[in-house]
Design a protein around this ligand. Sequence first.
Ligand code: ZN
Length: 68
Amino acid sequence: MHAAKTYRLRNYRVTPDETALPSYQAVCVSGEEADCGADSTDQPDEEALTRWMAEHTRDTGHDRFKRA
Ligand SMILES: [Zn+2]
């Protein structure tokens, strides 16, 4: 009996992960003691995300966001 296992390398293709779409999401990290945590959720595009941040800044004065 062979103790060693035989490994056969197979050709495989790396396929693009089509679920890995660019993410347009930001979380507000402004706040005095704790992050605000407001979450834009997924936006369809950069413009929508920018609009969300502008509205949040207008409503709350928060202006620090972390891109998710
Ligand atoms: Zn906020």
